[in-house]
Every structure is written in C-alpha cells, then in structure tokens.
Design a protein around this ligand. Structure first.
Ligand SMILES: [Zn+2]
Ligand SMILES: [Zn+2]
Length: 139
C-alpha cells in the first residue's frame, strides 16, 4: 500500500467521474470503463465471493452437478447485488468482480489516463507509451 498511488488515483477520480465511492476506471481485462472498488469496498465483495465459492462447492458435492450447472443456481447473485449496490453498475459476470479492485492495478497512465496493469509498468498497453508512470518531476 503506497500513499502516492492512492493519492494519484484520488486526484484522477474527480475528472474520471464518481459512481458512489468506487471509481470509474479503465479495465484492460474487460476492455471498458468500470467501477473499480477500493480495498474497503472489495472486502465486502470478496467475502461474498468466497461464500459463493463454498456454496458452489458444497452444492456440487451434494448433487454431483458440473461447475456450469452449479453456476446456474444463482449463487453469484449476492456478490453481484453487492457490487450493484456499491457502484450502481449492472455487472452480470461474477468472475469480473475478482479483479475490479483498484489495488490490483497500477496507477493511471500519464498519457491516456487508463489504469496500468501493474504498479511498476514500463509500458502502457493501451496507448503504447513507454514512459507511462508519472515521475516526481512532472508534478
Ligand atoms: Zn474487468
Ligand atoms: Zn497509456
């Protein structure tokens, strides 16, 4: 947890628009702008996701169902509903929730503003910049 990362993310949120507390940011996995959760918010989702995983597991043990069958039972609904509650965004793919976490990404690229894939990215995959990180000189 670095202070400088959260500071730069916070200053960006004013221009990137705010949906509740979560910040609308570029998700390179989903290829769209999505609400990225703070650690605090994500913890609530994470708890529901691990509950979902154990429900799916015990359902499969009980019934011998395949994973796709178990996933049709609606076990993901509490996690999706919580994400909706926190962000106002109608996500339907529960697997996407695992990575919609700000701290799982790098800071925004200083050229295109999209979140970098890691905190130490040497290159922005979105705009191709090879100096995507803000340095102290730029501030
Ligand atoms: Zn995503
Ligand atoms: Zn970029």
């Amino acid at each position: 947890m670095t202070a400088s990362l959260s500071e730069s993310v916070n200053s960006l949120s004013a221009s990137a628009g705010n949906v509740g507390m979560a910040e609308l940011q570029w998700c390179w996995r989903c290829r769209m702008m999505l609400p990225m959760l703070t650690d605090q918010e994500w913890e609530q989702i994470g708890a529901l996701l691990s509950e979902m995983t154990s429900h799916v597991q015990s359902y499969r043990e009980r019934t011998g169902a395949t994973l796709p069958e178990a996933l049709r039972r609606g076990f993901e609904e509490p996690a999706l509903a919580k994400y909706r509650e926190l962000t106002g965004f109608e996500e339907t793919n529960v697997n996407a929730l695992w990575h919609h976490r700000l701290s799982g990404h790098g800071p925004p690229c200083r050229h295109c503003g999209k979140l970098l894939r890691t905190a130490v990215a040497r290159r922005c995959y979105e705009c191709g910049s090879d100096s995507p990180l803000r340095s102290d000189k730029d501030e």
